[in-house]
Design a binder for this molecule. Structure first.
Ligand code: FA5
Length: 353
């Protein structure tokens, strides 16, 4: 049997040599591995064999089957590479030639709705004098919690279900996690600047949360921070209202509720009247008619101190928009999972943005 199988491999190698078309390779594949091929023949011949024989021959046949498959795959990739090399030699694409994009409808490129809104928000805030900062996704406990007035035993840590890293480098003083909010860039940003300043931080955040129509485990926020002299809640509300009007291209109904975040005092929850149901109640706003979108408040003096800024001279406000929810409101998307689903039928609806 071993001899027969070796012969089979030799024949296959002969058959494959000199073949330059994928179709031909696929024909050869079905000749050897197809239902009427030699491998299937051997297997069906085992019907009446003893259990021992079945085991022994079966395992040999499986090894040869894998070898045949490997030879076929190798040949196919060889042909594919030579086809690519041939194309590269003979054709040149002018990527600056715009008519390529017009040829078919599906060839139009566009921004993902999240990227489109993120870019719009960046433009809006840059036009109001804000810088755009970035920060690491893998963050130190210090920046994500301690520096924001949330020491280890603080109950506010339970508000955000955290993905911790248990890596061997992290000591008790320097534990790492996937950042649960963009607020961790507040102190990083403060330590690198002298007031007055203002910046936003758009980016991905991570929480071990149960996923539903308005909650994801990986979602996006836009943090904002302004530090200057004599800043008041009125300034905060003004900036938030202007930003929301620009984002939604119309005045939207908002309400301000007291909100608790250890890094701001006073803290607020700014809700937007649900634009999916017009305030009647739906699965996105959990039948309340309002969607929690933009927590904010006046920066706590302890946070300014962590950023080496004197709270006796400077003060300011901070906010943290939920970017995915903003996209949902702006485009009337009734399930956050669609935004992250990578379904082209969904994404293509936003091609013009
Ligand atoms: C925070 O993350 C605070 N860091 C925000 C903040 C910044 C407050 C500065 C004060 C000053 P919160 O956990 O509420 O807060 O999240 C902020 C926003 O992110 C929410 O209003 C919501 O729009 C969005 N969000 C929260 N959890 C999720 C989730 N699981 N899926 C999608 N969006 C979410």
């Amino acid at each position: 049997m071993s001899h027969k199988l070796d012969q089979l491999l030799d024949e296959l190698k002969k058959d494959l040599s000199g073949v330059t078309q994928k179709e031909k390779v696929l024909d050869i594949k079905s000749k050897y591995l197809g239902k009427k091929g030699p491998i299937a023949d051997i297997m069906s011949g085992l019907k009446n064999a003893s259990l021992e024989e079945k085991k022994e021959i079966g395992s040999k046949v499986n090894i040869v089957k894998d070898q045949i498959q490997d030879l076929i795959t190798h040949k196919l990739s060889e042909i594919e590479s030579s086809e690519i090399n041939e194309t590269l030699k003979t054709s040149q694409i002018d990527i600056t030639y715009r008519d390529y994009v017009k040829q078919t409808d599906t060839m139009h490129a566009g921004f993902h709705p999240l990227s489109a809104i993120k870019r719009e928000i960046e433009d809006i805030f840059v036009s109001m004098g804000f810088e755009v900062l970035d920060g690491p996704h893998i963050e130190e406990e210090f920046y994500n919690f301690d520096a924001l007035n949330i020491p280890p035993s603080h109950p506010a840590r339970d508000m955000q279900d955290t993905f911790w890293f248990h890596d061997k480098d992290s000591t008790e003083e320097k534990k790492r996690l996937l950042r649960t909010h963009t607020s961790c860039v507040q102190v990083r940003g403060m330590l690198k600047r002298k007031p007055p300043f203002r910046f936003i931080v758009p980016g991905k955040v991570f929480r071990a949360e149960k996923i539903d129509a308005s909650h994801e485990a990986v979602f996006h926020q836009v943090e904002g921070m302004l530090v200057d002299k004599n800043i008041s809640v009125a300034n905060l509300i003004y900036f938030m209202k202007v930003a929301l009007r620009e984002i939604f291209k119309k005045d939207v109904e908002v309400r301000l509720r007291p909100g608790f975040f250890p890094f701001v005092e006073p803290g607020f929850e700014l809700d937007v009247k649900c634009l999916i149901c017009g305030g009647k109640g739906c699965s996105v706003c959990k039948q309340s008619g309002w969607l929690e979108l933009l927590p904010c408040g006046m920066i706590h003096p302890n946070v300014l101190k962590a950023g080496k800024i004197d709270p006796e001279i400077w003060n300011g406000f901070a906010f943290g928009m939920g970017l995915d929810r903003l996209v949902m409101m702006r485009f009337g998307i009734d399930d956050i999972r669609n935004i992250h689903g990578a379904d082209l039928r969904f994404i293509n609806q936003f091609k013009s943005y």
